[in-house]
Design a binder for this molecule. Structure first.
Ligand code: AMP
Length: 429
């Protein structure tokens, strides 16, 4: 569906077009009309589906011509990374609209607190906040929430997992009852249903099924300490001499360099691909990989989406991907119609919670293996590890497809008390 069919303000449509969004995603198609109508909504959708824009776009549309900025909309999220990421997306989508926003989260210094206090006292259209820090401000009595019209709980299941339920109820007690409430959650356990019953009025429901890994992919995980990961990778490659096309995904470009040099030392033909290479170099590396002149390609998470190579023998997630859609998308590259592909994920103790979450989303339990004996004992599996990963989004890199910094945002974002950024953060990895 085209965005123009969704009856959004022209200034919102202009920003959408600058962001490079061509058509609405399914969650946007379903949720935007409900939010525009003013009804309550409960939506089951994961990161990666475009769910942020599904509530941000109609919010901006509604607030665009408001004379006075109060705290008109409050978006509560579980982590500071998500708060920053959503607020960046608001800045991009409100680039041509006089709608102000601020991210409120803990961990800063006294200067940050004063800046947040100023923005909350003066009034800012959209506040994106983590529960604890927001509550500290609310308890001090100066936050202008008396005219609040929209409350959004994002990643509600995760907020409950993180023990924020009491903070959430205290926050909600401060808010006017006459408001629109939207709740987004990746899963719908009974605790979320109960919360929805308590705080939503006659909500419409939208649910998006997550894609599932293809049946032909043989998935396994190795429970390993960080220092064992290179050894396991070398072991896998040695034991699969017929594999001539393997991709390894890792989280940072410095790790790409580390892994490539460790593999080369052991005689494997490996090359890395990250933002450290200029475009022409990236293309050359990909060409060589496709021609099977490089056996192992090591890439950053950010590169992973841009690399369109299928028919691999094996995909290795050197680190656990940030969300289930990424996991499914990556391992799908190995599944050929006529053959089996292999997908291996290395899980360190701090990544166990994150992987357990992926398992629950794809509704599969993946076989957990210990490292080969010569590498020593690996960690024990703990599904409820706290290392669920703060940010299940795109690593807080901003969301825009283009980077257009030519226009000052200064007058467009009122009252957020700090320098404005461009509408889209440049992708980094
Ligand atoms: P989210 O699920 O909100 O974390 O969004 C995932 C990514 O999709 C973000 O990088 C967004 O900028 C991007 N995105 C959101 N809506 C669209 C769209 N309609 N078309 C293309 N990309 C989009």
């Amino acid at each position: 569906m085209k965005f123009t069919e969704l009856k959004l303000d022209e200034r919102v449509l202009e920003a959408i077009s600058f962001m490079g969004f061509e058509k609405a995603t399914p969650i946007q198609e379903q949720a935007i009309p409900i939010v525009l109508e003013g009804g309550d909504l409960i939506a089951c959708a994961q990161t990666g589906t475009g769910k942020t824009a599904a509530f941000v776009l109609p919010l901006i549309h509604k607030l665009i011509d408001k004379e006075e900025a109060n705290v008109d909309a409050l978006i509560i999220v579980p982590t500071r990374e998500l708060a920053v990421q959503i607020e960046q997306q608001i800045q991009g989508l409100a680039y041509f609209a006089p709608v102000s926003s601020i991210a409120i989260y803990g961990g800063g210094d006294g200067v940050d607190f004063q800046q947040q206090k100023r923005a909350l006292t003066k009034g800012t259209n959209i506040v994106v906040a983590t529960p604890g820090k927001l509550l500290s401000h609310l308890n001090l009595g100066y936050v202008k929430v008396q005219n609040l019209k929209h409350l959004i709980l994002d990643e509600a299941d995760r907020m409950l997992d993180m023990g924020f339920i009491e903070d959430l109820s205290s926050i909600i007690n401060y808010l006017p009852k006459d408001r629109q409430t939207l709740m987004f959650s990746a899963t719908m356990p009974p605790s979320i249903r109960k919360l929805a019953k308590d705080i939503l009025t006659d909500p419409k429901e939208v649910s998006l099924a997550i894609s599932k890994p293809a049946a032909g992919v043989d998935q396994k995980v190795y429970l390993s300490f960080d220092e064992q990961k290179v050894g396991i990778l070398a072991h896998l490659l040695k034991n699969r001499p017929d594999y001539d096309s393997v991709i390894v995904f890792t989280s940072t470009k410095s790790k790409v360099t580390e892994i490539v040099s460790a593999l080369k030392k052991q005689g494997f033909k490996a090359r890395g691909i990250s933002s450290m290479l200029v475009q022409a170099e990236r293309e050359e590396v990909l060409r060589m990989f496709r021609a099977r002149r490089i056996r192992v390609l090591v890439a950053t998470d950010v590169m992973s989406r841009g690399i369109d190579i299928k028919d691999l023998n094996m995909v290795v997630n050197y680190d656990v991907p940030n969300d289930a859609e990424d996991y499914v998308h990556r391992i799908g590259r190995t599944a050929r119609v006529d053959a089996k592909g292999e997908a291996v994920t290395f899980i360190s103790p701090k990544e166990m919670g994150k992987f357990a979450r992926i398992e629950s989303l794809i509704e599969m339990s993946i076989e957990k293996l210990a490292p080969p004996e010569e590498l020593g004992k690996g960690p024990e599996w703990r599904a409820n590890s706290s290392g669920g990963g703060g940010n299940r989004g795109r690593g807080g890199q901003g969301d825009g497809k283009r980077n257009f910094k030519s226009k000052s945002n200064q007058n467009r974002n009122r009252g957020n008390g700090r320098p404005n950024r461009g509408p889209s953060g440049e992708k980094k990895d």
